[in-house]
Design a binder for this molecule. Structure first.
Ligand SMILES: [Zn+2]
Length: 435
């Protein structure tokens, strides 16, 4: 069988840079060898002389909204959520293509309506679009009165189609909803635990009860599925970790007790700073002469109250950032992924999230570990063979012009991602064209 041989590259294996002269051989969909020993090539082997380019695992996006994208009729923050399902499917296909173009070979869905993740996964499998491996997520399970509850304030969350939220109260109803969505092909359950992360001050209480969180985990894990929680609150982080929630999204108000609980549970956290940064930049540039600030709690408020709220959000973000060194030192599995799809942070802008962590003291190499090895760990059983350049693992590999372990901004320009292999199959190839 023809093999693909990568020689004369710098190899980042998901953890470290391998010695100079490392050659990587792919056969079929697996990595056959990673070695500094000379490799004999056969005439039908495809040989890539990388000329110093980097070979590394494909990126894993761990918080991916397939349906967030341009809205045909409304400005943000509607995010296309008010559009019919047919339109949303096209947004999802486009987002998957963008992800591949930027070197993403796996994604873990966050909330989405109309079984978008499941349908996207199937469409990719059937060749209707290119796209990464998809761990398909459910709608976002919310308790009544959640700020995203489509029956009260955020009416647009549920208009024209099923929306990306599912209102469900109590352990029996939640169990039924989870079973139903898993039965329809979802592989990870999204829970809305508490308010916050972005436009609102984070309370120290949760929308969901501890019993509801526990039953969600028990139900999902019982069917070999995972659970993730929108979880900015201190109490929520603690309760989710103790219940065994696999991915804790945002984790803004984590404290020492929360760090200990997350480490003990082995949960992943997606800090997702880009949304916070972009939201605050938007808020700071707002000219109140144009009218009230357009993103709120759903209730009218005075300008003074808005300014107070935004100031509180900013202070909370400063706290969040201050906890990052502790989270890293404790060994929490931190991973990449953010709320891409808003006009102020479109899909493909993944380098900006990476850049945010570098700005707060995370070395570029470590950000690359979050984006590859840690991402695969966050995928649970879906990621055991991914995220690392190791003999026997699946060939989800990318060739990058430049060295992102020294400068993550290499990922800003898709022209720098010159080859994308998923499961040993070429998804993008600028390398052969240039040769
Ligand atoms: Zn999200």
């Amino acid at each position: 069988m023809a093999r693909t041989v990568f020689k004369n590259g710098r190899v980042f294996d998901g953890t470290a840079i391998l010695p100079e002269g490392t050659t990587v051989v792919v056969e079929g969909n697996r990595i056959e060898s990673v070695s500094t020993a000379p490799v004999e090539t056969a005439p039908d082997d495809i040989v890539h002389d990388l000329g110093g380019r980097m070979l590394m695992p494909g990126l894993v996006q761990c918080h991916f909204h397939t349906g967030f994208g341009p809205d045909a009729g409304n400005p943000t923050p509607y995010l296309g959520d008010a559009m019919p399902a047919a339109y949303m499917g096209m947004v999802a296909a486009k987002n998957a293509q963008i992800a591949i173009d930027f070197g993403v070979t796996s994604l873990i869905g966050s909330s989405n309506g109309d079984l978008l993740d499941v349908c996207l996964k199937e469409a990719i499998l059937l060749g209707l679009t290119v796209g990464p491996r998809v761990v398909a997520c459910t709608r976002e399970m919310i308790a009544s009165g959640d700020s995203a509850d489509g029956d009260n304030r955020s009416w647009y969350m549920g208009i024209t189609h099923t929306g990306l939220i599912r209102r469900v109260d109590g352990v029996d109803a939640l169990r039924q909803a989870i079973r139903e969505e898993l039965g329809r092909g979802c592989e990870i359950v999204k829970l809305s635990i508490s308010d916050g992360h972005g436009s609102q001050i984070i309370p120290d209480w949760n929308y969901m009860s501890e019993a509801e969180i526990q039953v969600a985990v028990e139900t999902a894990h019982g069917r070999n599925a995972m659970v993730r929680g929108h979880c900015p609150s201190r109490l929520g982080i603690l309760q989710c970790a103790k219940a065994g929630v696999d991915i804790i999204d945002h984790g803004d108000m984590i404290d020492d007790e929360g760090i200990e609980a997350v480490v003990a549970a082995g949960s992943t956290i997606t800090p997702s700073y880009l949304w916070s940064e972009r939201f605050m930049a938007f808020a700071e540039s707002w000219d109140y002469a144009n009218g009230p600030f357009p993103i709120g709690n759903g209730f009218p408020e005075t300008q003074a109250r808005t300014i107070e709220r935004l100031d509180g959000v900013k202070k909370q973000f400063e706290y969040t950032v201050s906890m990052l060194p502790k989270m890293r030192a404790a060994g929490i599995n931190l991973a990449l992924g953010d709320d891409y799809g808003f006009a102020m942070m479109p899909h493909g802008d993944y380098a900006s999230e990476m850049e945010a962590y570098v700005k707060y003291g995370v070395p570029d190499l470590e950000v690359m570990q979050w984006g590859t090895r840690n991402g695969a760990r966050a995928m649970g059983r879906h990621g055991v063979d991914l995220g690392e350049v190791i003999e026997g693992k699946l060939a989800d590999l990318i060739v990058v012009e430049g060295d992102p372990t020294q400068d993550v901004l290499v990922f800003r320009n898709p022209a720098n991602i010159q080859l994308v292999l998923k499961d040993g199959v070429v998804q993008k190839d600028l390398l052969s064209a240039a040769a």
